[in-house]
Design a protein around this ligand. Structure first.
Ligand SMILES: Nc1ncnc2c1ncn2[C@@H]1O[C@H](COP(=O)(O)OP(=O)(O)O)[C@@H](O)[C@H]1O
Ligand SMILES: [Mg+2]
Length: 256
């Protein structure tokens, strides 16, 4: 009995994201954009979500991060558990230290006049003591490789540097899950490589990654892939298995 319950605890701690029968419509009377989606992601896994424009990728990750239903109510059925916390019942500020999201356009995530202030800002909102803020900001700048630009105005940085700053602001809260919504798509090869190398470091450190990337620049990082089409996961599995069925990918207009 004891052995079984210990096993259950171990299994639960491995599952950091659990989605159960998730459906979402932007309006009650409209066709669901997500249809009965169920999956789990374990701690330290890197999941790539691939799908054509309009397949529901962004809607799905907004549900994972709690942006829906907290910001936009729509019509959400089923439930999402982030490290065991039901997103419906957990306030966004609390969810943001469990799951962070890096968007396609870093400009919407950058708010303060210097890089360093920008990183500290998120932590100040969480009432973290000043000394702890300084340590976290320094740790994250080092990890992402932006210490040398800490006094710069983020608005004057290149697109790639801005995306690194946006990623750093998310990392400052030390979430165990990070979601990238096409964060590589506006970047040139070299800038994307810098983000990908941070993704690799995060993965090695046990962070769970969910990556939406229609450019497939981050392909090397993924362990497994979900193919999303019209709001449904039409195929899921280890990366190698998904990629080897070229006919299926072509049939569904997913071209590498
Ligand atoms: N705010 C919104 N209101 C109504 N419909 C929306 C809204 N945002 C997205 N949609 C619709 O939901 C579907 C999925 O969109 P989205 O999740 O953005 O897909 P993807 O990220 O895969 O391109 C699309 O048909 C899109 O038009
Ligand atoms: Mg999208």
């Amino acid at each position: 009995m004891l052995k079984r319950s210990k096993e259950a605890v171990r299994k639960n701690s491995m599952e950091c994201l659990k989605v159960e029968h998730l459906s979402y419509s932007y309006r009650i009377e409209s066709e669901p954009v997500l249809k009965d989606i169920t999956f789990k992601v374990s701690k330290g896994e890197a999941l790539g979500i691939i799908g054509l424009n309009g397949s529901g990728k962004t809607t799905l990750i907004y549900c994972l991060c709690g942006i829906f239903p907290h910001y936009l109510n729509g019509c959400m059925e089923g439930r999402v558990l982030v490290n065991g916390k039901d997103t419906r019942e957990t306030p966004l500020y609390e969810l943001s230290s469990e799951i962070g999201i890096v968007l396609q356009d870093p400009n919407v995530q950058i708010l303060m006049p210097t890089v360093e202030d920008d990183l500290a800002f998120a932590l100040e909102n969480h009432n973290i003591p000043r000394e702890e803020i300084r340590e976290s900001v320094n740790r994250v700048m080092e990890l992402v490789g932006i210490t040398s630009i800490k006094d710069e105005n983020p608005n004057n940085l290149s697109g790639g540097e801005k995306q690194l700053v946006a990623l750093a602001t998310v990392l400052a809260l030390n979430p165990s899950i990070i979601v990238f919504d096409e964060s590589l798509s506006m970047l040139d090869e070299q800038a994307a490589e810098r983000i990908i190398s941070v993704m690799q470091k995060l993965k090695e450190a046990g962070t769970t990654l969910i990556i939406i990337d229609h450019t497939f620049k981050g392909l090397n990082v993924y362990d497994k892939i979900f193919l999303l089409e019209k709001g449904q996961i039409i195929r899921r599995g280890p990366k190698e298995c998904i990629l080897e069925d070229k006919d299926f990918l072509r049939e569904h207009k997913i071209i590498f």
